[in-house]
Write a protein that binds this ligand. Structure first.
Ligand SMILES: NC(=O)c1ccc[n+]([C@@H]2O[C@H](COP(=O)([O-])OP(=O)(O)OC[C@H]3O[C@@H](n4cnc5c(N)ncnc54)[C@H](OP(=O)(O)O)[C@@H]3O)[C@@H](O)[C@H]2O)c1
Length: 253
């Protein structure tokens, strides 16, 4: 699965967080499969470079900015040549701190990026997708979205929230022709970990113990290529390592 790519020719895909570790792997995979991609992230130069390489559309903007979200249905439809077939809410923010040291601003930022933005983007795009009667909404969650780890108050609150949104979508979309999938990786070796320097910290999984971003791309490729009447509601991906959490044991320092 990781070498070959399923056929996505003609599929219009919106991918947030496209310039991050997971986003790049997913973008590469879907572009190789022939998808028409609209890529979203804040950093315009990086995004433009990636989009040019993949012959994709670049929409640089902050997903926590309500004006950006309000304009998204029109700009995405223009960029893709129609209503998206697939929306992958992958952009995310991560921070770890003991509960009492979690700044309210950090808490608000996690909620804004990890749960409010996917809610607002999905809410903006869903009416056209429902009218057309097909489409696939993919939420990139986390092991920390269903399991508690010390040090994850803000991140876990946001990912548990995203999981709740996903479950509601699954229930509301039954019989609509649309699908919704929760992708749940354990720690993935990406730039998200850079501020924590995990290889210098025995309390964190080392980068070599983490999943590779391509494992998440494998999972997304798999769920998107199931037959029309099959929805993989949840796909859990774990590294074969005992220490696989997001920020596991950080608060015990
Ligand atoms: N890495 C892990 O261990 C791990 C484990 C489980 C789940 N996940 C989840 O996987 C997803 C991808 O994570 P990653 O590891 O690839 O992270 P990453 O390398 O840090 O990439 C994050 C991406 O999100 C974008 N982004 C962040 N804030 C944004 C905002 N306000 N508006 C628009 N774009 C924004 C970033 O681009 P800009 O900064 O340019 O905006 C970047 O493209 C996240 O949802 C994360 O929670 C990660």
């Amino acid at each position: 699965m990781s070498e070959a790519s399923a056929g996505f020719s003609g599929h219009r895909v919106v991918l947030t967080g496209a310039t991050g570790g997971v986003g790049r792997a997913v973008a590469d995979r879907l572009a190789r499969g022939g998808a028409r991609l609209a890529l979203i992230a804040r950093g315009a130069a990086e995004l433009q470079e990636l989009a040019e390489r993949l012959d994709a559309a670049a929409l640089s903007g902050d997903l926590t900015d309500r004006d950006f979200i309000a304009a998204a249905p029109g700009s995405l439809s223009d960029a893709l040549g129609g209503t998206p077939d697939v929306v992958i809410n992958n952009a995310g923010a991560f921070a770890v701190a003991p509960f009492v040291d979690t700044e309210p601003e950090t808490f608000e930022r996690m909620l804004a990026v990890n749960v409010r933005a996917p809610f607002e983007l999905t809410r903006a795009l869903l009416p056209d997708m429902l009218r057309r009667g097909r489409g696939h909404l993919v939420s990139v969650g986390s092991v920390a979205g269903r399991t508690a780890f010390p040090g994850n108050a803000a991140y876990s609150a946001s990912k548990f929230g995203l999981y709740g949104l996903h479950r509601v979508l699954v229930e509301e979309l039954r019989d609509s022709g649309l699908k919704a999938t929760w992708i749940e990786p354990s720690a993935v070796d990406t730039p998200l970990w850079n501020p924590l320097e995990p290889d210098q910290r025995p309390d964190l999984p080392s980068r070599s113990e983490m999943l590779r971003p391509e494992a998440v791309a494998d999972a997304i490729e798999f769920v998107l290529s199931r037959p029309e009447n099959v929805n993989i509601e949840e796909l859990v991906i774990r590294a074969n390592s005992a220490r696989v959490g997001d920020g596991e044991r950080v608060a015990e320092e």
